[in-house]
Design a protein around this ligand. Structure first.
Ligand code: MN
Length: 358
């Protein structure tokens, strides 16, 4: 075998893409991405790219902070062998513990570069379980009539699952849910409160949905991320599976969720955990504990979604896939990577992650 390639350069640039319409969840509203594009160049000239998507309310990072973290990450990475990605991931975690999306972008770019160098598709590197999954589509916090109209379109486009953002106003949330259920009666409904409810409100929401004959496929992060006992109480009171999202950022968090019996399922996001290496650790914890897996993202472009898609396809076992934010954007600065028909997202056979800047 030839000498392993070393990392020659890490470069960062802004990745600002306007959204088709403002995206509101219980914690904040986004009008455009304020993400970063990370390029990792190997000494043989191979270049890999990755996306960092800091979101103050969700990852605790700003774009400026993530840019500074990536400058530091570059210092740690340059000169190191690209094959030592796991050691590098550990070093970045130690040096930049809170800069999770920055680390995720650096790690994604490194693994893209390494697998391009090896001539191996990224999903094969992760285990090659499958080459396609189906995603849901998300309806943010919008008035019920608008949500119903959107649900009709989503169902007509062939999607089998809709994720509904709730957690601001219980009465309006129920009306939004009812409008969506009426407009898309055969679609699985996932609700995500993004920590917006108290335990009592979450219970009331579930009872109201039940009373209206609306079946829910999943209830994501009903209460505050640290309220693991509250999560367990809700689980005990309903047949609807409960997913930990904000409660489960890192592998330590995942273990706490397991210990508290706080969820049926863990939602893994690369921007939250720091990248693919830690995502693999979290997936192992979930599997060992008999918990299901979901994959999602922040508001990311095709580049970020594609990394997560390769992970989900390669590793397998993701019963819920929420990789739809590229569809919220008014522009797509990238090409390649996955192809999509309705909900079905298929990774390609190109080496690496396969995405290029247009
Ligand atoms: Mn969520």
């Amino acid at each position: 075998m030839s000498r392993p390639p070393t990392i020659a350069e890490v470069r960062v640039e802004d990745l600002a893409v306007p959204l088709l319409e403002p995206f509101s969840i219980s914690l904040s509203t986004l009008h455009a991405t304020a993400n970063l594009l990370v390029r990792v160049v190997l000494d043989d000239g191979t270049e890999g790219i990755g996306e960092a998507a800091p979101w103050k309310e969700l990852t605790g990072e700003t774009q400026e902070g993530a840019r500074a973290a990536l400058a530091r990450a570059g210092e740690l990475m340059v000169g190191k062998p690209a094959t030592g990605f796991r050691a590098l991931s550990g070093a970045l975690r130690e040096a930049l513990p809170a800069d999770t999306s920055a680390r995720a972008g650096a790690e994604a770019a490194l693994l893209d570069a390494l697998t391009r160098h090896l001539g191996l598709p990224l999903h094969a590197f992760f285990g090659g379980v499958s080459d396609a999954v189906e995603t849901d589509l998300t309806i943010p916090i919008v008035p019920p009539a608008r949500a119903g109209a959107r649900a009709s379109e989503i169902a007509a486009d062939g999607f089998h699952a809709i994720k509904i953002k709730v957690g601001n106003d219980l009465a309006e949330d129920v009306e939004r849910l009812a409008a969506i259920a009426a407009a898309a009666p055969r679609v699985d409904l996932i609700v995500d409160a993004n920590q917006g409810y108290t335990v009592e409100e979450a219970m009331a929401f579930l009872m109201e949905a039940h009373a209206r004959g609306i079946a829910l496929a999943l209830f994501e992060q009903p209460v505050a991320k640290d309220d693991l006992d509250g999560m367990r109480q809700i689980r005990a009171a309903t047949e609807v599976p409960v997913a930990a999202d904000e409660s489960s950022a890192t592998r330590e968090d995942a273990l706490e969720v397991v210990k508290h019996g706080a969820a049926d399922l863990l939602n893994i996001k690369l921007m939250k955990c720091g990248g693919p290496v830690e995502a693999l650790d979290i997936a192992s914890i979930a599997r060992a504990a008999g918990l299901g897996l979901m994959i999602g993202g922040m508001v990311e472009t095709r580049l970020g979604m594609n990394t997560s898609l390769h992970l989900a396809c390669g590793l397998g076992g993701f019963g819920f896939v929420d990789l739809d934010t590229h569809l919220l954007l008014a522009e797509d600065p990238f090409e390649g990577g996955f192809t999509q028909e309705g909900p079905r997202m298929a990774v390609g056979a190109a080496p690496g992650a396969g995405v290029r800047l247009r």
